[in-house]
Design a protein around this ligand. Structure first.
Ligand SMILES: Nc1ncnc2c1ncn2[C@@H]1O[C@H](COP(=O)(O)OP(=O)(O)OP(=O)(O)O)[C@@H](O)[C@H]1O
Length: 262
């Protein structure tokens, strides 16, 4: 199958007060359509830098990135981003936050009624149909994150880029949202790139886990296939020896092969 995203020999340098800093060096990998790929690595290794390049928020110092064979030259609605801390506009309701994105992308192709239905549908997908007219200040952190996901999905992106989307949430809310993302991915076949620090989350959600080496000059350390059948159930996986082997493999990479020197 043709890759949807191609990252080819990408390096990224930053100018800092103490001189040039090489964050990424010669990073190459492909992502298949409909795949969920997790990026995992120690803090500061360059995961967000890489995601920002795929999002088109930044351009690489060297190398190239392609989406459906076209160079990624800037942000685009086919690559929606969900950040760790929701980025909703506090003066707009949940509905209007999603409407802003929908109006931008579909103003020409959907009429007003179709857009209204589509906005409500996406909020319902993440079980936020009951809070359409609430403002971000009136809902919990997990709910805000769900609205952020609804807003991203409402743009019908081909690729959903998620930078630690559940990092700030309690364990139970996190589990609910992980399940919601797996459900939505299964129904829409969206390609997902997910940054996470959580090994269990990486194994549960991913088709492949890309482990990064420590920076500076971070690169792809190893890519592991997660061949666990779907749909996945976290309770059943707890008894699955393959799940534990994969978990061990990633932990070994992070704490034995690439230990973080404080
Ligand atoms: N705009 C910038 N200017 C200078 N250095 C930067 C810039 N952005 C990132 N860096 C550096 O590049 C490296 C990678 O940063 P990045 O935020 O991508 O790491 P990360 O793996 O996402 O970290 P974390 O897991 O803590 O979020 C770090 O050393 C960081 O200090």
């Amino acid at each position: 199958m043709k890759p949807i995203i191609q990252v080819q020999n990408v390096s990224q340098r930053f100018n800092t007060a103490s001189g040039e800093f090489l964050a990424l060096q010669n990073v190459s990998f492909d992502i298949a359509p409909g795949e969920t790929l997790s990026l995992i690595g120690h803090s500061g290794c360059g995961k967000s830098t890489l995601l920002n390049l795929i999002a088109g928020i930044d351009r690489p110092s060297a190398g190239g990135l392609l989406c459906e064979n076209r160079e990624i030259a800037g942000p685009g609605p086919e690559r929606a981003v969900v950040f760790q801390n929701h980025s909703l506009l506090p003066w707009l309701s949940c509905y209007d936050n999603v409407a802003l994105a929908v109006d931008k992308v579909f103003k020409r192709s959907m009429n007003r009624r179709e857009r209204a239905e589509w906005i409500a549908h996406n909020l319902e997908q993440v079980q936020m149909g009951h809070a359409l007219h609430k403002h971000p200040g009136e809902i919990s952190g997990g709910m805000k994150q769900r609205v952020g996901i609804a807003r991203a999905l409402a743009m019908k992106p081909k690729v959903l880029l998620m930078d630690e989307p559940f990092g700030a949430l309690d364990a139970l809310t996190r589990a609910h949202l992980q399940d919601a993302v797996m459900r939505i991915q299964n129904s829409l076949n969206t390609t997902i790139v997910l940054i996470t620090h959580d090994v269990d989350e990486a194994v549960l959600l991913s088709d492949r886990v890309l482990m990064m080496t420590n920076g500076p000059a971070a690169t792809v350390g190893e890519v592991v296939d997660v061949n666990l059948p779907r749909p996945r159930n976290r309770v059943q996986l707890a008894d699955d020896s393959r799940y534990h082997q994969l978990r061990q493999h990633i932990l070994h990479f992070l704490y034995e092969k690439q230990p973080k020197v404080a």
